[in-house]
Design a protein around this ligand. Structure first.
Ligand code: FAD
Length: 322
């Protein structure tokens, strides 16, 4: 009986910490660690269910549930453990260099072997573990900030806490463990027409990778790039190259927030959220719209985009939250 009770308690803990308002207050590591309790909960509850419980008494029920549980256990071992270890050993990623892109924003360039065999795509993210000593096994999610190439990956990191401070100080040659790729905001979501991307701060990372990757026509892409200060605008040479070569229209929106709940900076004329969107892209309803930034900002953009008629399947967002 006590195993079932402990199993139930572990699963209840996972449920409580999954609630958005609880999750928002937690560090990624704490949230991740508590979620591992789900494994403990299942490991404690399932034997009780199968051996002592009355629901799985019959032969037919046992013949069905045992293989189901075995398949779930096998998938967990293969996909959560085996695959990350296999990919890490196969691709041998190491830090090549760390480059400052803007104040408190660094890019980490990674080298590896046969990265063309890694099924990573622009717009996706990995959970990264940098083997640089203390705290090395704390995984952190970061999106690719450029399309993956044969031997190189790049991530770009905003320094906001202890973990990202460590990343900014990484030395060339540091070994890297990877888990992933994860994320659905890839080329597969693109329906083929004009495209408008809305980035706020470090949210530009997956969108920049997609700007390189999506097969939009000449002059058919716009990047609206929101930062607080002019010096926070990162990747200028790359963006200028994309503007010159692929006709990407760049719309910088610089300055403090116009008002609570708005995605515009102060001084954006007399425009409200909706009017600004209409003037930036009058035919936005026909575009694929990609958005990445802090949650409230992203929500404000998505709200305005829905109101100008962009259909749900053409709205794509990446959340830097758990
Ligand atoms: C799918 C995904 C992709 C991501 N991609 C990127 C990326 O490309 N570049 C990048 O810089 N970051 C990205 N992030 C966010 C990044 O993982 C966190 O910023 C990082 O883990 C913070 O680690 P830390 O140890 O420095 O900060 P912590 O010590 O964990 O936190 C420091 C402070 O920042 C707050 N904080 C932490 N994370 C966030 C967050 N995501 N949003 C708002 N506040 C936060 C904490 O509440 C705390 O107050 C991504 C997150 C997810 C879920």
């Amino acid at each position: 009986m006590w195993t079932a009770l402990h199993g139930f308690a572990a699963l209840a803990l996972v449920m409580v910490t999954s609630a958005r308002f609880v999750r928002r207050r937690m560090r990624y590591e704490s949230w991740h660690l508590l979620h591992l309790y789900a494994y403990a909960g299942i490991a404690l509850a399932v034997p009780h269910e199968l051996w002592l419980g009355s629901d799985f008494g019959g032969r037919a029920a046992k013949a069905f549930w045992w293989p189901m549980y075995a398949a779930a256990a096998l998938s967990t071992v293969v996909f959560r453990l085996g695959l990350p270890v296999w990919r890490t050993l196969r691709h041998r990623l190491t830090v090549d260099r760390v480059v400052e892109e803007a104040p408190e924003l660094v890019s980490v360039y990674l080298r590896g072997r046969r990265l063309d065999r890694l099924p990573a795509r622009a717009g996706q993210y990995f959970v990264w573990r940098f083997l640089d000593g203390h705290g090395a096994l704390h995984g952190k999610p970061f999106s690719l900030s450029g399309p993956p190439s044969r031997n190189r990956l790049r991530i770009t990191v905003k320094v906001i806490g202890a973990g990202t401070l460590r990343i900014a100080a990484l030395r060339p040659g540091t070994r890297v463990l990877i888990e992933g790729p994860y994320g659905r905001m890839t080329k597969d979501t693109y329906s083929g027409g004009p495209v408008t991307m809305f980035a706020c701060g470090v949210g530009v990372t997956p969108l920049l990778a997609l700007l390189w990757d999506l097969p939009y026509g000449q002059g058919k892409a716009t990047l609206v790039y929101r930062t607080r200060h002019p010096h926070d605008v990162a990747f200028l040479p790359e963006l200028e190259w994309l503007a010159r070569d692929r006709g990407v229209r760049l719309v910088p929106l610089v300055g403090p927030r116009a008002s609570a709940g708005s995605w515009l900076p102060v001084g954006y004329g007399d425009y409200d959220d909706l009017a600004a969107l209409r003037s930036l892209a009058p035919d936005l309803a026909d575009h694929d719209v990609y958005v990445c930034g802090p949650d409230p900002w992203t929500d404000a953009v998505l709200r305005a985009a829905r109101r100008v008629g962009v259909p749900g399947p053409r709205l794509h967002r990446e959340r830097f939250a758990w």
